[in-house]
Ligand binder design. Structure first.
Ligand SMILES: Cc1cc2nc3c(=O)[nH]c(=O)nc-3n(C[C@H](O)[C@H](O)[C@H](O)COP(=O)(O)OP(=O)(O)OC[C@H]3O[C@@H](n4cnc5c(N)ncnc54)[C@H](O)[C@@H]3O)c2cc1C
Length: 288
């Protein structure tokens, strides 16, 4: 890595991707992660600093047909205020409500939240329960190439993803949830919070006749990456949402979380919070 030799703010996707093709560009969107990281010295800029804010087609929320598509540069404020999302996927609006402060939400993008790959990224657990995937684009063989990766396979470690340096995250996409799909998000800390989550939990499932199906449970800050809690999901799948099922789901939480001790919380406390949140969210879905 070296000093920045060029600052670029292209308006077209192909221009942005061509600038990234040698793998020596740092992407800048809202800068709310990048600026503190570079200022503290934990991260260094590559030769080119590429501002993607003006790139046409990277913003906006579109629910067309069976898919809901959120452009990578869409801000957390835009998600929070989108009437369509409030109807189709209110769990995303709920997570946006709990996100940082007004100023940060106005700058922070959903793509930046995903690409920063923090285990505490607040938009990630709700997107995981929606079964989202990301679209990654690059410039290859003289054209824009795009591939899709399931969000749950995107993260490989804290700050590490399967995205290659020459790839740009274009959008996050999910299938329009069924009419009986219910999802909730819970994060530690006050609301709205200038605080990184100690633990976050999102639970989503179809609820019909008091039974859960297609249950998805995702957690943040309980492992090196945001994760799908498969044991909790298995405890819920096909079950009536009663006290016994909730108790089984809470017990299964222990098998899914692998928290660490750090300056913000002990491993014990994180495990405890995850269990409490699973219980709270399931009671909320049950309506009591
Ligand atoms: C005071 C404060 C409070 C915060 N509170 C919260 C909070 O409550 N919850 C939370 O989850 N986060 C929080 N954050 C972290 C941060 O705001 C979010 O992660 C935000 O969504 C990052 O988006 P950004 O557009 O600012 O990303 P940037 O800082 O511009 O970029 C972040 C990373 O992603 C890369 N990148 C960005 N966009 C793309 C793209 N489209 N394709 C490829 N790579 C890309 C950048 O190169 C960089 O590595 C907080 C930060 C601050 C400073």
């Amino acid at each position: 890595m070296h000093e920045v030799t060029a600052y670029l703010a292209p308006r077209r996707l192909d221009e942005a991707l061509q600038a990234m093709a040698d793998g020596d560009a740092t992407v800048l969107c809202g800068g709310t992660d990048l600026a503190p990281q570079t200022e503290s010295g934990t991260r260094r800029y590559r030769a080119k600093l590429l501002n993607i804010r003006r790139v046409a087609g990277l913003g906006g929320i579109a629910a067309e047909g069976d898919e809901v598509r959120i452009g990578a540069a869409t801000t957390i404020t835009e998600i929070r205020r989108d009437p369509g999302l409030a109807r189709i996927a209110p769990v995303l609006v709920e997570a946006a409500e709990h996100f940082a402060s007004e100023q940060i939400r106005n700058a922070a993008s959903v793509g930046g939240n995903i690409c920063n790959a923090s285990p505490a990224g607040d938009m990630i657990p709700p997107l995981l329960v929606l079964g989202a995937w990301v679209e990654l684009a690059c410039w290859q063989d003289g054209a824009v190439q795009t591939r899709r990766v399931a969000l749950e396979r995107f993260f490989v470690g804290p700050g590490k993803t399967v995205k290659r340096p020459e790839e740009l995250l274009k959008a996050v996409v999910f299938a329009r949830p069924a009419a009986d799909f219910v999802a909730r998000f819970r994060k530690s800390g006050p609301r709205p919070a200038l605080e990184i989550s100690t633990v976050s939990v999102a639970i989503g499932a179809r609820v019909a006749g008091g039974r859960l199906s297609e249950a998805r449970v995702a957690m943040g800050s309980v492992a090196p990456t945001p994760l799908r809690a498969r044991h909790v999901e298995a405890a819920l799948e096909g079950k009536p949402l009663d006290a016994a099922t909730i108790a089984a789901a809470v017990a299964a939480t222990t098998d899914d979380v692998k928290p660490i001790d750090d300056v913000r919380a002990s491993a014990w406390y994180r495990g405890h919070l995850a269990r409490v949140f699973v219980e709270e969210v399931l009671h909320e879905v049950r309506g009591n």
